[in-house]
Design a protein around this ligand. Structure first.
Ligand SMILES: [Zn+2]
Length: 244
């Protein structure tokens, strides 16, 4: 493993190699981080959305900082300093990865929207219905750009041509009062609007809040549920400090 890493690092910056190793490791295994007890895979499942209409497929991945933390936490190579760097790179933004392609009935190669096309037609919407436009490229820190660029090979590996044509679109991360525009651990909703399509998340994300126990039947349920799906019993509220 070390030999392989040494070999590869002659050609790439060590950080991107390490990152690629992390990513491949994460995509191929069920990873439950030791400290945060958040399952990366569950969070991944909850944050990725696909839509398909005839020959048009759209991939939208919301990448909250909790997802990256869960990804790196518990990994032997990821030091706290590294995780802090990742946090610094992404927390000022709301990060969305988008790929939008159209193929024909007899074509394997899809035709993809460019980043410019996507940016002209995309908005995010917070719980209050406030919409935000993408941040222009020159306002994004170069550190953040290189961090996100290092994910590209992994997306290519995982999603083929859809990965090759994935673009990271960045929106503001905080409102004018310094509060997060989208907090995946708090009640509410979040949407990505792309042209006429809406990709919507109901919040909190179940994998980020502790599970609930139904007071009637004792079933262990997704922490985002308000009522037991089996008997309709009202479930206890999740206290803020109980959030993982
Ligand atoms: Zn129940």
């Amino acid at each position: 493993m070390n030999m392989l890493l040494n070999l590869v690092s002659r050609r790439f910056r060590w950080s991107s190699v390490l990152l690629a190793v992390f990513l491949l490791w994460g995509l191929s295994r069920i990873t439950v981080s030791q400290e945060s007890k958040i399952s990366y895979n569950e969070l991944y499942e909850e944050t990725v959305k696909w839509s398909q209409e005839m020959y048009e497929r759209t991939f939208v991945w919301w990448i909250p900082e909790e997802l990256l933390e869960a990804y790196y936490a518990g990994h032997p190579f990821a030091t706290e300093a590294w995780i802090e760097e990742v946090d610094k790179a992404v927390s000022p933004y709301t990060v969305i990865a988008v790929s939008d392609g159209k193929s024909g009935p007899f074509t394997r190669r899809a035709k993809f929207k460019t980043k410019v096309d996507i940016k002209a037609n995309i908005k995010i919407k917070d719980s209050h219905g406030t919409r935000y436009l993408p941040i222009s490229e020159d306002e994004i820190s170069s550190n953040t750009k290189s961090f996100l660029a290092s994910w590209k090979p992994v997306l290519e590996e995982a999603y083929g041509q859809w990965g090759e044509n994935t673009h990271f679109i960045l929106f503001p991360g905080k409102d004018k009062n310094g509060h997060r525009i989208v907090d995946p651990k708090k009640d509410g909703s979040f949407s990505v609007e792309l042209g006429k399509k809406e990709f919507r998340w109901r919040l909190p994300l179940g994998s980020l809040v502790p599970p609930k126990i139904c007071p009637t039947c004792g079933e262990k349920l997704n922490g985002a549920y308000k009522f037991c799906p089996w008997d309709g019993a009202k479930l206890p509220e999740t206290k803020e400090e109980e959030n993982i």
